[in-house]
Design a protein around this ligand. Structure first.
Ligand code: PBG
Length: 327
């Protein structure tokens, strides 16, 4: 098929034709919106590093969750901020923590919305690391116990799914066994399976004040240079019982998403992280990018790479735009 017999532009002539031959389509049903729950009442405070995203008290989280349902988005991913932080991250597994209260309140008000909770300690520890610290080390196996307790407290509060993001070895198996033992064998786990030590978490860390107080996360999160390791991490989490696997971040790791897609038939999620969101927001504010076009192009690329599920702060904006017929 060569020019002039084949003319690729024939199918690009009109919007209707372009729609007809479009290979990748975004739908509200594949988005998850992350929410940041804080202690208190009546709080809805914009996060400066993430314009359009808010610190929400439990009551306001329920309001936001209603908007999520109205947009046709099936799920939220809850992050929590504690009233006080300590070395063992105790509020992470407190039944009265912000996430636990929010899970309870959302499920009561909106039983059909899927409530997923992020399981990690870094928002709750005073040192900002995702695990128990001894000297300069993050101790793996001691951390597992705290993660198990955290996951159980979320599920007991009504969470439909837990999403461990800590990157300790063996945590998927440990949490799976613990939940099964407590009678929650029907609760799925979405594993942050290949999570990279990324600079693109910057705005998020500002939002939850979880920047490590010493060192960095490179002894547990992955080296951005590695792909085969991502495949191994995903395989391990599947063997340990993950129901959904995730690649995070998304845009700088589209090749990893595509590669992982080839290695598993499980649902694959990709996390379009805070830095990816902030970059587009900031450039748009400066008039350097068209925010809507950049957003849809970015989200489409994540889907095109092979993700089934996209966790994104753009979820509501994207749905509104798609409902207007896209770009
Ligand atoms: C917690 C966690 C992080 C993110 C999700 N869960 C931060 C980190 O690992 O430092 C990042 C989310 C984002 O940047 O949007 N472990």
């Amino acid at each position: 098929m060569r020019f002039p017999t084949y003319r690729a532009r024939r199918l690009r002539e009109s919007p209707a034709l372009r729609r007809l031959v479009q290979e990748t389509r975004l739908a509200p049903s594949e988005f998850i919106l992350p929410l940041f729950v804080v202690p208190g009442y009546g709080i809805r405070q914009e996060i400066s590093s993430m314009p359009g995203q808010y610190h929400l008290s439990v009551d306001q989280t329920v309001e936001e969750a209603k908007a999520v349902v109205d947009h046709g988005i099936p799920a939220v991913l809850l992050f929590g901020l504690p009233a006080t932080k300590d070395p063992m991250g105790q509020e992470a597994y407190s039944p009265t923590g912000a996430v636990q209260q929010a899970a309870r309140a959302i499920k009561q008000a909106l039983p059909t919305l899927v409530v997923i909770t992020d399981v990690c300690l870094c928002e709750y520890t005073d040192h900002g690391h995702c695990g128990v610290v001894e000297g300069n080390h993050i101790v793996n196996d001691l951390t597992l116990e705290l993660l198990q307790r955290t996951a159980l407290s979320h599920v007991e509060a009504g969470a439909d799914m837990v999403a461990p993001s800590d990157m300790m070895d063996g945590r998927i198996g440990a949490i799976r066994a613990f939940l099964d033992d407590k009678g929650y064998d029907q609760t799925p786990i979405m594993a942050y399976a290949s999570k990279y030590a990324s600079s693109f978490y910057g705005p998020f860390r500002e939002a939850v004040q979880s920047t490590p107080q010493f060192g960095d996360r490179r002894s547990y999160q992955m080296d951005p240079a590695n792909t085969r390791e991502a495949v191994r991490e995903v395989q391990l989490d599947i063997e340990e019982g993950a129901d959904i696997v995730m690649v995070k971040p998304a845009l700088p790791y589209l090749d990893v998403i595509a590669r992982v897609r080839q290695t598993t038939d499980l649902p694959l999620a990709a996390y379009n992280v805070s830095g990816e969101y902030a970059m587009i927001k900031a450039a748009a504010r400066l008039g350097w990018l068209d925010e809507e076009r950049a957003m849809l192009e970015a989200l489409t690329s994540i889907k095109r790479a092979g993700a089934d599920i996209i966790i994104t702060y753009f979820a509501k904006d994207a749905v509104r735009l798609l409902e207007r017929g896209g770009l």
